[in-house]
Structure formats: structure tokens, C-alpha cells
Ligand binder design. Structure first.
Ligand code: XMP
Length: 512
């Protein structure tokens, strides 16, 4: 396995992805990780990532000295190259010639990293993003590729197996970048490349057993992909030591609660407490119209109900969460201070922060699509592993204004039709999220010979990779009119349908 030490680059996660895609297990740790921890991990090679700081600044981040004493291959990328060269006795300087974006390197000599892709004399496209560059090499290094802004574009010390790259091989704009990384992990470090999701599953099960021992674990199940996969994985490891608590706030999509309960109880034999608290949630939401107040009310009740149920089963030693890699922002400050900020997981409208329990987070090192692959590996149904993200407060934030049981039921019907049509058109997987919003607007319509005066509803469908930015999904007019026709005809209470074509930014995905 490979260890990636993170100096805070925006694209460090991509290095991890590329390494895993080549069949090699890896983990990303902050560069402040302790020597003991690094040695215990026993990596076959270490990659030093890029980062926003400048090696020329006093107090800027450095690689732990121990990585140079372990006798394992090293690959420094961008900032990682610069700090490696500096720490080994070379020199780094700022320059007027900054390079951002597409650039070209001239390959001057053969190198283990280039096997099968780059030959001496070739000019190759890469993606650069740097102001500083290496100006003097440490002993033992040679230059194997150059660029206009970085005379030391790729450097190598073959005897120690240390390599430095000024550009970013992990991004797609460096066309052969994945192969360069693969050459490092496979040829230089000797990784076999046989790591798979099945191997991850087996290792994760062992890790969970070792962590939990004979302790009791509870898991707040939301029906979403992350908590569902975490629960099934943990159940595989410790069986009935795990109890899942499903707090039903009555704001799920039609049929979703029944599906979650059936899947987990009947199919996976997981101990599941299903608490129907919909009366309580809807009661407390009565008269609440402000979106943030809705979220807070739901979050507070969720914790109350969760704690009640936890007390009923006699407490637990561990709390399981489906936290993913992107939820864990291990940010490293430009000055090298060991500041680690963890963004709290907000899948279920805010999990009990005050609960002083140890956390079991078996998905911490994975990306969303890897979690889906793991779910499939565990035999989970496609309706769960492929499911669109769904907000913790559920339909409450898709009903601007006051939430009532009647409005929830109307919205559920419209939503079911919309998703049915999306699935039967084969579009579900091409869309990040699709849902209906029940608008607090009544408009006049005509049905048969009669006048109607009912609610309007909006359809929303967006594409996105992480929910941070989003684009409207370009349905055909034929598809939209079919959905509108069905909703107006089949759902009493809605007589008008609109399509929301706002991107994010400036809009948000949800309406509240
Ligand atoms: P916005 O509306 O901010 O949504 O563009 C971005 C993503 O976050 C989800 N979302 C939430 N998820 N609790 C959640 O668990 C919330 O309060 C919440 N609000 C928005 C939204 O569905 C989208 O995936």
C-alpha cells in the first residue's frame, strides 16, 4: 500500500483515486502525521502532494524527516517535489515565470516513471500550477524532463528511488499522468495492483472487529447510500453487536420507509429500531415557515428521539457514521500549523454532537462512487446504492411555507410520478438529484368544465459531481410535458407544473 501525505492541494484526493484505480490501496494523511504512525502503516512508497504554501516562506510545511529514513520510494508532486528537494539539500526559488494550466515538457532522459509512455526527445502535454520551482538539485538527482517555467520538471534519484514532478500527473489534463503514477506504484514500489473492493471489504471487516472488540455499536440509519453501506459492512463484521436506529420523521418519499425497514431487517437481518415519530415532527413543525427554523426543529427532534431510543436499548459504546472522504476536510494551513478541521457529517440533519461515544467510520477513506461499488460488493440492492442524495430534513425543505401532513402527501404523489418517468426514460443515473417542490402559490386552472384553484409545483433536476455546483438537466420538452400532464391529471391539489432551470450558483439545489 501507498501513503499520500497531504500538503493541502485541491487535487490531493485525485492522487488517491488514481492510485486506487490502478489496483493499489492507499490512504491520504495530513503531512503532520507522526513518525510512529507512518512507520506502523509500513507503506511500500510515499507520495508527497502539492500544496498552496511556498517552500521559500519561513515556517512553511515540511515532510516528516522520517520519510527519508525509511528506505521506501518517494514521489514528490509540485510542492511535494519542492520540499523534498529542499529538505535533501537542493534549492527552491520563486520566479516571475509562473505556469498555470496547460504546459509542455521536453523529455530528456529515460526514467522509470516514463516506461511505456514517454521517450526521450518527446514533447508531452501536462498540467502545471506553480509559482516557485527547484533551482538546484540535491546530490544524487538528475533532470529527466524540463519545461520553460520549470527547468527541473521531472527529477530522479534512481539509487534511492526518489522522484520529483513539478506538474500534476493526477489531473486529466495531463493525458499520461495516470500511467506515470502507475509506473511509480507498480514498477518502482513493486505494488502488485491486485487490490479490489473485495479486498477493501475484508480489511475493513478486520479493522472494525479490532476496533470494537465486544462493544456495542449504534448507527443512525437514514436510508441514504452512506449510512446504509456503513451499516451493512459493520453488520458483516460484528453481527448483532450492531443496532440501527431509523428515526422516521414522516418526511421521506412515498414508500421509502417501508423499503428501508424491509431491506435491513428482512434481507440483511440487521437489528433495526424503527421509530415512527411523524406525529411529533409534524406537530412541532406546525406554524414554522422559516427554512432554518425548520432545519433546527427537525435536527433537535432527531437528536431527542435518537437519544430516547438509544437509552431504551441500554446505550452503546460506539456510534457508527457513514462519513466519506469528502466529508473529512483535513485542511492544512499555509503556515504549516497542524490545524485539522473536520466538517461534521450532516446526513441526518445533525447527529448528536454531545454524545460522547467513540466513532466507527469505516468509509472515511472512500469517495462516493467507491462507496457505491462497496455496496454492490456487499450485495446491496441497486435502489439503495444508486440512490440520489436526499437531505436530512427531507420533504420539509421542499415545501416552502408551513409543512402539513396533507401537503407532504400531495408532494409524495407528484414526486413518485416524476421519478417513475425519469427511471423509465433511463435518465436516473445521469442526474445528480431530481425532485418536486410544492409551491405556496395557488393558481387558476380549468379541468373539464370546471374551474380549479390549486397549488403549483416545480420540478427540479440537476447534474453535479459534488453538490457544490450544479447545472440544470436538459430534459426534452416532450419529457417535461409528459410529466406535467401526469401530475396535473393524477395528483389532486396540483394544477400547474413549472421546470426550475436555475444553475448553482447563483441558485441552490434545494429551494430552501
Ligand atoms: P443546496 O441546496 O445547498 O444543496 O445547493 C446541496 C446538497 O446538500 C443537500 N442539502 C442538505 N442535506 N441536510 C442535508 O443532509 C440539509 O439541511 C441539506 N440542505 C441541502 C442537498 O439535497 C444537495 O444534495
Amino acid at each position: 500500500r501507498i501513503l499520500i501525505l497531504d500538503f493541502g492541494s485541491q487535487v490531493t484526493q485525485l492522487i488517491a483515486r488514481r492510485v486506487r484505480e490502478s489496483g493499489v490501496y492507499c490512504e491520504v494523511w495530513p503531512f503532520t502525521a507522526g513518525d510512529d504512525r507512518i512507520q506502523a502503516f509500513a507503506p511500500k512508497g510515499i507520495i508527497l502532494s502539492g500544496g498552496p504554501a511556498s517552500v521559500t516562506q519561513a515556517g512553511s510545511p515540511r515532510a516528516p524527516q522520517s520519510v527519508f529514513a525509511m528506505g521506501v520510494p518517494l514521489l514528490g508532486i509540485c510542492y511535494g517535489q519542492q520540499t523534498m528537494c529542499e529538505q535533501l539539500g537542493g534549492k527552491v526559488e520563486g520566479s516571475d515565470h509562473q505556469e498555470y494550466g496547460r504546459a509542455y515538457v521536453d523529455v530528456s532522459e529515460p526514467c522509470a516513471l516514463f516506461e511505456g509512455v514517454w521517450a526521450p526527445g518527446a514533447r508531452e502535454q501536462v498540467w502545471m500550477s506553480h509559482g516557485d520551482h527547484v533551482t538546484a538539485l540535491p546530490q544524487g538527482f538528475r533532470i529527466v524532463a524540463t519545461s520553460e517555467g520549470a527547468p527541473f520538471a521531472v527529477v530522479a534519484d534512481d539509487s534511492r528511488h526518489y522522484y520529483g514532478i513539478q506538474f500534476h500527473p493526477e489531473v486529466v489534463h495531463t493525458p499520461h499522468g495516470a500511467q506515470l503514477l502507475r509506473n511509480f506504484t507498480h514498477s518502482v514500489c513493486g505494488c502488485s495492483g491486485d487490490w479490489t473492493m473485495a479486498a477493501f471489504r475484508a480489511e475493513a471487516v478486520e479493522r472494525i472487529r479490532a476496533q470494537v472488540g465486544s462493544g456495542k455499536v449504534i448507527c443512525g440509519l437514514s436510508g441514504g447510500v452512506d449510512s446504509s453501506v456503513a451499516a451493512v459492512l459493520i453488520h458483516e463484521a460484528i453481527g448483532d453487536q450492531l443496532t440501527c436506529i431509523y428515526v422516521d420523521h414522516g418526511l421521506m418519499r412515498a414508500g421509502e420507509t417501508e423499503q428501508v425497514v424491509a431491506t435491513f431487517r428482512d434481507r440483511f437481518n440487521i437489528k433495526l429500531v424503527h421509530r415512527d415519530a411523524s406525529e411529533m415532527f409534524l406537530g412541532q413543525l406546525s406554524g414554522v415557515t422559516d427554512p432554518e427554523k425548520k432545519r433546527k426543529t427537525i435536527g433537535r427532534l432527531f437528536i431527542e428521539v435518537f437519544e430516547e431510543e438509544q437509552a431504551k436499548i441500554g446505550g452503546a459504546d460506539f456510534l457508527a457514521q457513514g462519513t466519506l472522504y469528502p466529508d473529512v476536510i483535513e485542511s492544512v494551513s499555509a503556515t504549516g500549523g497542524p490545524s485539522v478541521t473536520i466538517k461534521s457529517h450532516h446526513n441526518v440533519g445533525g447527529l448528536p454532537e454531545g454524545m460522547r461515544m467513540k466513532l466507527v467510520e469505516p468509509l472515511r477513506d472512500l469517495f462516493k462512487d467507491e462507496v457505491r461499488a462497496l455496496g454492490r460488493e456487499l450485495g446491496m440492492p441497486e435502489e439503495i446504492v444508486g440512490r440520489h442524495p436526499f437531505p436530512g430534513p427531507g420533504l420539509a425543505i421542499r415545501i416552502p411555507g408551513e409543512v402539513t401532513r396533507e401537503k407532504v402527501q400531495i408532494l409524495q404523489k407528484a414526486d413518485t410520478i416524476y421519478l417513475e418517468e425519469i427511471r423509465s426514460a433511463g435518465l436516473y443515473d445521469a442526474i445528480w438529484q431530481a425532485f418536486t417542490v410544492l409551491l405556496p402559490v395557488r393558481t387558476v386552472g380549468v379541468m373539464g368544465d370546471g374551474r380549479t384553484y390549486d397549488s403549483a409545483c416545480a420540478l427540479r433536476a440537476v447534474t453535479s459531481t459534488d453538490g457544490m455546483t450544479a447545472d440544470v438537466y436538459p430534459f426534452t420538452m416532450e419529457f417535461l410535458t409528459r410529466v406535467a400532464g401526469r401530475i396535473v391529471n393524477e395528483v389532486r391539489g396540483i394544477n400547474r407544473v413549472t421546470y426550475d432551470i436555475t444553475s448553482k450558483p447563483p441558485g441552490t439545489i434545494e429551494w430552501e
